[in-house]
Design a protein around this ligand. Sequence first.
Ligand SMILES: Cc1cc2nc3c(=O)[nH]c(=O)nc-3n(C[C@H](O)[C@H](O)[C@H](O)COP(=O)(O)OP(=O)(O)OC[C@H]3O[C@@H](n4cnc5c(N)ncnc54)[C@H](O)[C@@H]3O)c2cc1C
Length: 390
Amino acid sequence: MAADHFDVIIVGGGPVGMALAICLNQRKVSTLLLEAQGLPEQVQDPRPLALSYGSHLILQKLGVWETLQQITFIKTIHISNRGHFGRTLLTSEEAGVPTLGYVVNYHDLYRSMHQLLLDHGVNYQTGAMVSRLAAGAKQAQIEYQQAEENKQATAKLLVLADGGRLAAQIESISYHTHEYQQWAVVANVETSIPQNGVAYERFTSDGPVALLPSGNGYALVWTVPSLSAKEILSLDDSTFLLHLQHHFGDRLGKFVSSGGRSGFPLALKHASPTTATRTVLVGNAAQTLHPVAGQGFNLGLRDAWELFNEINGLSSLSTQIGTSEMLKAYESKRRIDRDAGKIFTHSLAKIFTSDLPLIQTFSSLGLSVLDCLPPVKRFVARRMIFGVRG
Ligand SMILES: Cc1cc2nc3c(=O)[nH]c(=O)nc-3n(C[C@H](O)[C@H](O)[C@H](O)COP(=O)(O)OP(=O)(O)OC[C@H]3O[C@@H](n4cnc5c(N)ncnc54)[C@H](O)[C@@H]3O)c2cc1C
């Protein structure tokens, strides 16, 4: 079986893998992108993505931004702790940016990027399931199945953007995993008080509830214990809305309608290291985070962008791409941002769900103190928006 050869093979055409393929195509790096599922008509993923202003700037450079169908602005973030005093407000003025972020739908982003890849003639194979990896000093090799045919390809650099399954084949990479015993229940909901650009993050003893402004209503990301997830997903709409009302409170008036619901089991997965011979992990394959504070894709997009910059900065593409020097440089540039994303989201997910009254009191106090310190709020907001470099 003859293998096709490329400079870069990207396994996984989720939003991070697709973003990298679009960047590399702009620099004319020979690239193969393989995606197991494929067509957007078959990928119905309803999760909302809160994008930072920094991600907006990257997606604009890639030509993706202007093709997105619906973008809702986040002007203010309201953070509170249910049953406790203390709340904080982050505003775009305080952060010194035109807007704190945007809400788009995963599926819309997927569809826009898919179309762009086709329009630009990128070597993009859908329905291509990669099953085996191997890497040597000079190149990496993969095997994949497409339309019941077995195929092979080789590249100087293999990028795993598959969400994290294939790295199990690489001995030198291990994952730190923490199961949260929680699910995220996702739905579009409408409230009697119309949305006005405020995103709500409300911490409760079960986990955070986020209501992100989306279109005329809100995209709900409700963290629930694993044991109640199936029950909540199967409730009829009016019972579901009553439960939500009870849990979130009356700040937005009444919850009046809900679209279809989906559930996602939540875990932290953090790869170490994120590079191996001729191989690099990006996006969820490198780190899968709790969705609290909407950091996962923003961080994954920065992985793709920094990797592209590393490749773009090479003086000789043919001899330097995928070398251990290049991979070391990339990994060390990403370390602090990745670690900060992990610590930030994991701490938020754990601290506010703690049963210890002292921790609850301190976290509520923290929200009140933060609210009185604009420079600290600006510091926190800019790191959420641009990553660790702020
Ligand atoms: C409920 C929820 C809400 C979220 N909200 C936010 C938010 O507001 N903001 C934010 O920044 N992030 C958010 N996230 C995180 C975000 O969804 C992920 O970080 C992001 O989707 C990661 O993209 P990815 O391309 O790395 O991986 P994925 O989206 O997982 O894509 C991986 C792709 O690889 C393909 N694949 C897998 N195995 C193979 C194989 N063997 N061969 C070929 N292809 C393969 C899959 O089909 C898939 O298309 C949220 C997550 C959840 C669960």
